[in-house]
Structures are given as structure tokens and as C-alpha cells.
Design a binder for this molecule. Structure first.
Ligand SMILES: [Fe+2]
Length: 365
């Protein structure tokens, strides 16, 4: 045994736990959830895989669950937070609250919900013939590395009764907090359909898009949905790692690059493709569908509980970088300042598909 191993340095308690669980791990720059091969996960009672995307950072992971026809997951509770997005199928989730009360809600494709911290829960597939496929973004890597004790995380009887949320939050109702563009939230526990929910304006990011953030189960997990109208694209921007971007409607592509790179990495996306841009990597999203496109982004650090000082200053309006031009010290590239190749890539893609650009007003001839 070498000295480092003997001293027990450099431990990754999350990855050690994964190996013990025998869970399949899938890695990549981008992953299409519909193409992932899953395997039985006895702890949960689903076919599952852990998704480790290149840009996920240190705090988050994803679990993909395939719940077979007529099946139910095993009852779970755990001291990590998770936000769940339903890719396919229909079913319900039952929760048992600290006071013994039960809550149940029914979900379908494009539903989004969070499990309140350490609440007991179980998922049920409502169909006898079709699978239910859902993906969760969690902060388990952070929790296992913080406590490095599986029992604390998975076998903990502490009741977080402050995390439960109001009864109506499980029925798709919520509270709208309109603060400013890009920081408007819908506080709830359950969103029935991300493809249909109405979005406030977010034209600061360009081309008439909409955007809504979610405060789910009073957690520190972030989730937001953005829409880009047909024939448009957003301005490039950058931020910290771990925001898992996943297409929930329409189609498009994204370009990603690091400061000083000569070329772009390109990710094509349709429903179910997920990719988190890496730490401070520039990224820009483009619609190529005949209608508008929507994507969901999930990660660690919510508007209420941002976790880092930079993010807190951003949210409190003390130092707003995310919608400020890079010329003024911010983290956004205005259309007029972007690499001229970018607009050409977009126009060529639209031409190939016989679509008209909705960007002319931003690029006067
Ligand atoms: Fe982003």
C-alpha cells in the first residue's frame, strides 16, 4: 500500500458509495436520457443509472430511473435534495409527512417536482403496459462527501418538518414572486407540465425569450425553465458549473467554448438530452424547431439559498453579472460583440431546415 492510500487521502465518499451500490455510471459531455442503458437498482426498485456529465461540478449528479409497467419503487427517505423531471410515462408519488399525514400527486411527461428533505416517499407507475422514465438532479455527491457516512444520509430519522410545503403545493398550486427578469420564481413542490406553464419575459438574455425559476420544497436546489421563440437564439453567457440543461420541448443546439478557444463544442438537443456547461464555460443556446424550444436547468444553489457569496450578491442585486455585458465586467456577450461565425452557423442551420430567422432586428444589414 502506498503512503497516500495508507494515510487515506483524497477520498471521494460519493464514488465509493456508488461502487458499493453497484450502480451503472454513464459519463459524457451530453447524454440522451432516452438512450441510456439502465440496470436493476435494488435499493430503489427501479432500473437506474447515475449520470455524470462533464460539466456537473462537485456538488450534483443525476439519477435516471426506469420504473417498469405496474411497478412501484421501494419506500425511500434520505438526507439529500432531489428535483425530479418526468421524461415519459405517467404515475404518482406518495409522501408520508413527519406528522403521519399523507400527500399524493399524479405526474406525467414534463412534470417537475421535488421530494422534501428526508420525507418518506414512493413512486408508482400508473400504466400496466408502459414504463415511466424520470431523471433526478441531486446534491448527494456533496452530502456524502460532507458527512462521509451512508447511515446518516440514508438511515436518518430526523424530520425536517419545515421543508414540507403547503398542501396546495402538491396539487400544482404555488406562489409567484415577480422580482425582476431572470429572478422570477414560482414557489411550489410540483409543476404538472413544464411545456405548458406560462413564463414571464426574459428579453435581457435576448430575442424575446421567457424564463421562470422554481423554488421547490424550500430546498437549495435550483430549477428553471426557459423558452426561445422559433427562429431565435440567446446571448452567450457563463457562470459556475452544475446547471444541468435539458431540452423539454422543441429542438436546437448549443455552442460551448472557453475563453480563448478557437472553436466551439456543439451539442444537438431534443427532448431528453442533458448537458451542463462547465465552470465559467461560455455557452449559447439556439432554437431550430418549427415552434419555440424550451429547456429546464437544474443544479445546486437556489434563489432563496444560493450557497455562494457571488450568487447571493447577484440575487440581491448588489453585483449583477449574469445579464451584464462582458464589456462592462459582466458574464454575457451581446449580439453585436459575438464571434461573427456564430450567426452564420445559426443561419446555415435554419436554411437547411427551411426556417426563417427571427433575429434580423438584432443584426441590421
Ligand atoms: Fe447558463
Amino acid at each position: 500500500m502506498n503512503a497516500i492510500a495508507q494515510a487515506r487521502y483524497g477520498i471521494d465518499s460519493y464514488k465509493d458509495w456508488l461502487r458499493k451500490e453497484g450502480l451503472r455510471v454513464v459519463e459524457g459531455l451530453a447524454i440522451n436520457c432516452f438512450e441510456v442503458e439502465t440496470a436493476e437498482w435494488p435499493r430503489v426498485g427501479t432500473r437506474a443509472a447515475a449520470l455524470h456529465l462533464d460539466g456537473r461540478g462537485d456538488f450534483c449528479n443525476m439519477f435516471l430511473h426506469d420504473l417498469g409497467p405496474g411497478k412501484a419503487s421501494r419506500p425511500q427517505r434520505h438526507v439529500f435534495e432531489e428535483v425530479i423531471y418526468v421524461l415519459e410515462g405517467a404515475g404518482s408519488t406518495q409522501l408520508e409527512l413527519p406528522n403521519g399525514e399523507k400527500r399524493a400527486f399524479e405526474w406525467g411527461a414534463a412534470s417537475l417536482f421535488a421530494i422534501p428533505l428526508n420525507a418518506k416517499y414512493r413512486h408508482f407507475n400508473a400504466s400496466g403496459s408502459e414504463r415511466a422514465l424520470f431523471v433526478s438532479t441531486t446534491n448527494l455527491p456533496m452530502m456524502l462527501n460532507l458527512f462521509h457516512n451512508e447511515g446518516f444520509v440514508f438511515d436518518n430519522s430526523f424530520d425536517f418538518d419545515d421543508r414540507v410545503g403547503r398542501k396546495e403545493f402538491f396539487a400544482g398550486e404555488g406562489v409567484m414572486n415577480l422580482v425582476r427578469q431572470g429572478n422570477n420564481t414560482w414557489e411550489t413542490n410540483f409543476v404538472p407540465d413544464l411545456q405548458k406553464i406560462e413564463l414571464p419575459d426574459f428579453s435581457d438574455r435576448g430575442a424575446g425569450g421567457g424564463n421562470l425559476l422554481f423554488l421547490l420544497a424550500d430546498s437549495s436546489m435550483h430549477a428553471h425553465v426557459s423558452e426561445m421563440p422559433v427562429g431565435t437564439y440567446k446571448k452567450a453567457h457563463r457562470h459556475g458549473p452544475g446547471y444541468h440543461v435539458m431540452c423539454v420541448g422543441g429542438s436546437g443546439f448549443s455552442l460551448m467554448w472557453r475563453e480563448g478557444d478557437k472553436d466551439f463544442e456543439r451539442v444537438e438537443w431534443t427532448h431528453g438530452v442533458v448537458f451542463p456547461p462547465a465552470d465559467q464555460q461560455w455557452h449559447q443556446h439556439f432554437t431550430t424547431s418549427a415552434g419555440s424550444a424550451r429547456y429546464l436547468a437544474t443544479g445546486f444553489g437556489s434563489l432563496r439559498y444560493p450557497f455562494t457569496q457571488a450568487r447571493r450578491q447577484e440575487i440581491l442585486g448588489e453585483k449583477v453579472a449574469f445579464s451584464t455585458s462582458v464589456r462592462d465586467g459582466g458574464d454575457q456577450i451581446e449580439y453585436a460583440d459575438q464571434d461573427p461565425r456564430i450567426h452564420q452557423v445559426f443561419l446555415a442551420e435554419l436554411a437547411r431546415r427551411g426556417l426563417k430567422s427571427g433575429m434580423d432586428r438584432f443584426f441590421p444589414r
